[in-house]
Design a protein around this ligand. Structure first.
Ligand SMILES: NC(=O)c1ccc[n+]([C@@H]2O[C@H](COP(=O)([O-])OP(=O)(O)OC[C@H]3O[C@@H](n4cnc5c(N)ncnc54)[C@H](OP(=O)(O)O)[C@@H]3O)[C@@H](O)[C@H]2O)c1
Length: 292
């Protein structure tokens, strides 16, 4: 891992926009198991609007969340989108059961999904479209090549990837400019450290999903909770502050369907970890369970 000082950038460049680094993940606006609509649609709409009111400038979603329902909810809540807001979506997976997804990367299917997302989001161009997973049954060149074609046709502004290695990023960059990489990453799961370092060197936005381990980092004991207590913050906030300190290109997208949690998460951007706190968190890998 690269030698580290806490990162301090307030903003990150993604898809031609300068954005506050703490974003919002819309997956939790779908129903239980991300399997269809939420029980309380009005609440999901309220949370999406509150995110923008609180100054969030980057919202992540995917066509597959609730069978398109989060894209519809974002459009209902926020269309016409404010100029400074980046609404990004992802394609390349199908949902087979609650909380179970499988990659499908055949070019004609990617094109179909892109067209469906354009309609649900009510836009003529998706500013940032990511390949949700690389389908191992389809050459990466064909999947990324289709995104490049969609970009050439003006249906996509910029292209991102998700759950990819450094090798796959570089393979894709030979075909099209890659502006963001969305991999699982948080205080407890740091498998993708080499990708974070690569993105930092290359100036590619790194968007950690499960930034608070799907809620697994909101309680517990140890360094995280000790530092949280010292700062008068919650462990979830310190986890997010640590991600923001980990690299200037990191843009976390914590997800929630709760206005109170949203407000708490947004406030984490104001927390400045000292170099000692940052290093203590870095050197003490946290263990936590992902909630069911
Ligand atoms: N690229 C990919 O493959 C991929 C995979 C998964 C997710 N994502 C994206 O990443 C985003 C973030 O992931 P995620 O939503 O699964 O996980 P997360 O942000 O790590 O955690 C969200 C979970 O934690 C709870 N939570 C949020 N803030 C909290 C707080 N301050 N205190 C206590 N609990 C809190 C939420 O419940 P409440 O609703 O009760 O707050 C929710 O269950 C998603 O929304 C999605 O956009 C991408």
């Amino acid at each position: 891992m690269q030698p580290l000082e806490p990162a301090r950038a307030q903003t990150v460049e993604i898809a031609g926009k300068t954005l506050r680094r703490l974003g919002f993940g819309a997956m939790r606006l779908a129903g239980p198991g991300i399997w269809g609509p939420p029980d309380d649609r009005a609440n999901s709409i309220r949370v999406a609007r509150r995110a923008v009111d609180l100054g969030i400038e980057f919202i992540d979603t995917a066509d597959v969340y609730g069978f398109g329902v989060t894209e519809e909810i974002l459009a209902e809540a926020l269309y016409p989108y404010p100029e400074h807001l980046l609404v990004s979506t992802k394609i390349g997976q199908v949902q087979t059961r609650p909380r179970e997804w499988a990659p499908v990367g055949r070019p004609e299917f990617l094109r179909h999904q892109c067209e469906a997302s354009l309609r649900r989001l009510r836009v003529e161009r998706i500013d940032l479209l990511s390949l949700h997973r690389v389908d191992p049954a389809v050459p990466l060149e064909d999947q990324v090549g289709e995104l490049k074609t969609l970009q050439d046709e003006g249906k996509i502004g910029a292209v991102g990837l998700s759950e990819v290695s450094v090798g796959q990023i570089e393979q894709a960059r030979r075909i099209v400019d890659i502006v963001s990489v969305q991999n699982i990453y948080n205080l407890a799961v740091r498998t993708w450290d080499p990708v974070v370092d690569h993105c930092t060197r290359e100036g590619i936005a790194f968007v950690p999903w499960y930034p608070i381990l799907a809620g697994g980092l909101v309680t517990g004991a140890g360094v995280l909770t000790d530092i949280a207590e010292t700062l008068g913050a919650s462990p979830a906030q310190v986890s997010l502050a640590w991600l923001l300190a980990r690299s200037d290109v990191i843009a976390p997208i914590p997800g929630t369907a709760s206005t109170a949690h949203l407000e708490e998460n947004v406030a984490a951007a104001q927390i400045e970890l000292s170099p000692e706190q940052f290093t203590a968190l870095l050197e003490t890998p946290t263990t936590a369970d992902v909630p069911a």
